[in-house]
Design a protein around this ligand. Structure first.
Ligand code: NAD
Length: 252
């Protein structure tokens, strides 16, 4: 059966998991807007267009009220709306490769992590849900983390709290809008090889990989494949769920 072509918006799509997701969704035939605060998002979208895929780029901070509205407006201008929203933009601050312990954490860093990782998904979803509900079809997938599911050594308490917050936010939103044909789900990735996880250094990556049941770190496309399923028509009965993609590190 042919896959219906939808309009998708992926935040944090210049690189890493967001870029892999944009590539996979566009390869499946969807029209994708890649949003990021990095200018390099233009080259990322161009790389997709070079493969004959439907992709446009938008530069801006998607975690401010005006920035979220601007990203959604750009998708409306390009494709007429957003049917698939992937809340992927996130930060995990490191200082010389390591997190700040709670006692060292400046309040400003706590606020910035909450703003980007938790307020961002709220603002983006708020900007999209009315149209999705009106059209009786929508998919929202937000990237949480293993750190939002269970204890974790490497990320900060702010990061873990923000990613646990995304889970609670998504479950209640799923309750609110399920009857309109809009599903809301989360992915909780384990350690994935991206610029973000690379900040901890190769020694950490190697020792972490040694403890993973499948014997390797995740790659961005592992997450993109899970998202590809959750946004499909076949996943219309999956909502309020958390899909763990972590190589078996945490089994729930
Ligand atoms: P990354 O740092 O490689 O990419 C994140 C992208 O988000 C960057 O391009 C960045 O510019 C963009 N971004 C950040 N804040 C933004 C904002 N306010 N507005 C617009 N764009 C913004 O990170 P990644 O590893 O690809 O992570 C993607 C998501 O997956 C994040 O939410 C992260 O917390 C989550 N995650 C990653 C891992 C991992 O091991 N890499 C594990 C669990 C969860």
């Amino acid at each position: 059966m042919a896959v219906a072509q939808r309009n998708a918006l992926v935040t944090g799509a210049a690189r890493g998991i967001g870029f892999a997701t944009a590539l996979r969704l566009a390869s499946a035939g969807h029209r994708v807007l890649l949003a990021d605060r990095l200018e390099e998002v233009h080259q990322s979208a161009q790389a997709l267009r070079d493969q004959g895929l439907a992709a446009v780029s938008h530069v801006g901070d998607t975690a401010t009220p005006a920035g979220a509205e601007a990203a959604v407006s750009a998708a409306k201008a390009a494709f007429g709306g957003v049917e698939i929203l992937v809340n992927n933009a996130g930060i995990s601050p490191k200082h010389k490769g390591a997190k700040y312990l709670t006692v060292e954490t400046p309040l400003a860093e706590w606020h910035e992590v909450m703003r980007i990782n938790l307020e961002g998904p709220f603002l983006m979803a708020r900007a999209c849900v009315a149209l999705m509900c009106e059209r009786q079809w929508g998919r929202i997938v937000s990237i949480s983390s293993l750190a939002g599911r269970t204890g974790s050594r490497f990320p900060s308490t702010a990061y873990a709290a923000s990613k646990a917050g995304v889970l609670g936010f998504s479950r209640v939103l799923a309750e609110e809008i399920g009857r309109f044909g809009v599903t809301v789900n989360c992915i909780a990735p384990g350690r994935i090889e991206t610029p973000m996880s690379g900040e901890s250094g190769q020694d950490v990556q190697k020792s972490y990989a040694a403890g993973i049941p499948v014997g390797r770190l995740g790659v961005p496309d592992d997450i993109a494949c899970a998202i590809d399923f959750l946004v499909s028509d076949g996943a219309s009965n999956v909502t309020g769920a958390v899909l763990d993609v972590n190589g078996g590190v945490y089994m729930n």
